[in-house]
Design a protein. Structure first.
Ligand code: FES
Length: 299
């Protein structure tokens, strides 16, 4: 079989794992198909083992030459805790599907402010690169509860220049004080009114940014972090109301018209399974993980 075909059929494998915060890890994964095809704004779906839940994760970086791509995993639910606990450098991953979703619409907008809340900063990073190449003036606001939720700060500074990166935290004194609303308001007041705001983070953060962009008439393209199951347009779990239409976020998103998204509905639907999510996480940590660790020690 030709080398290229063998590469495309090979199992996804972790080739790098780097912890960057107490709960945050960058995984570099060998999977040439994704590394060669993924475009800014698209995501991949991970499943650590045959029994693991599926987890969509934004592609942060690609290296088509090496056949690898990187994602940020912030361990917060059973699927992400499994990825962090079970995948080490050299581990084969049961399944990685993708790239999924619609690439970000890269064009010349003018001045763009990318607002990344927590993990959203990593999600926006490939978009920053593309928007810069398309001759936009690009700024990044990185917002987190505390310093440990600020991701990719050095990468953004290298890419955009120190003066184009603004850091805000709500609970400690790293960077300036405040959340997403304060970050956007401060930028408009002290720098300029951008032509476009790109947001990635929680639906509550998305709603806060949309309130400002709608009132000021600023274009808004936001990542909508809705629940996803099949990530292929079959289960309807991910549907989001955008204006008067319901759209499948796994197909048309995850970056949608933030000014038209019904953010309250996204938050409501995400909270719907919260108890079951919590139960599944506790079951994995207390029952399955110790068993898997004992089995590994014996092997
Ligand atoms: S996640 Fe199943 S239709 Fe989108």
């Amino acid at each position: 079989m030709a080398k290229g075909v063998v590469e495309l059929l090979s199992k996804p494998k972790v080739v790098g794992k780097r912890q960057v915060s107490p709960r945050g890890y960058f995984l570099e994964v060998y999977l040439p198909l994704v590394a060669q095809k993924a475009k800014a704004g698209q995501f991949v779906t991970f499943q650590a083992t045959e029994l693991s839940p599926r987890q969509p994760l934004q592609v942060v970086d690609v290296d088509p030459q090496r056949g690898t791509f990187s994602v940020l995993v912030e361990a917060h639910n059973r699927a992400t805790v499994e990825l962090v606990e079970l995948l080490e450098e050299g581990t084969e991953i049961f399944n990685v599907g993708g790239p999924n979703g619609t690439p970000f619409p890269v064009e010349k907008y003018g001045t763009v402010l990318l607002v990344g809340q927590g993990w959203g900063a990593a999600a926006n990073y490939p978009i920053a690169k593309e928007l810069l190449s398309a001759q936009n003036e690009v700024y990044a606001a990185l917002v987190g509860g505390s310093r440990e939720n600020i991701y990719c700060e050095e990468d953004y500074k290298k890419l955009l220049g120190e003066d184009k990166v603004l850091v805000h935290t709500e609970e400690d004194d790293y960077g300036r004080e405040g959340g997403v609303s304060e970050a956007v308001e401060a930028f408009i007041k002290e720098v300029k009114t951008p032509d476009l705001i790109v947001f990635a983070g929680s639906p509550v953060g998305g709603e806060a940014v949309a309130e400002i962009t709608k009132s000021k008439g600023i274009k808004n393209i936001s990542l909508v972090a809705s629940n996803m199951l099949c990530t292929g347009g079959l289960c309807l779990t991910c549907r989001v109301k955008v204006g008067d239409k319901m759209v499948l976020n796994c197909i048309e998103g995850p970056y949608l018209d933030g000014n038209a998204v019904d953010w309250k509905m996204v938050s409501f639907r995400n909270g719907y399974y919260w108890d079951l999510e919590k139960e599944a996480l506790e079951y994995f940590i207390n029952k399955l993980l110790p068993k898997l660790k004992r089995k590994k020690q014996k092997a």
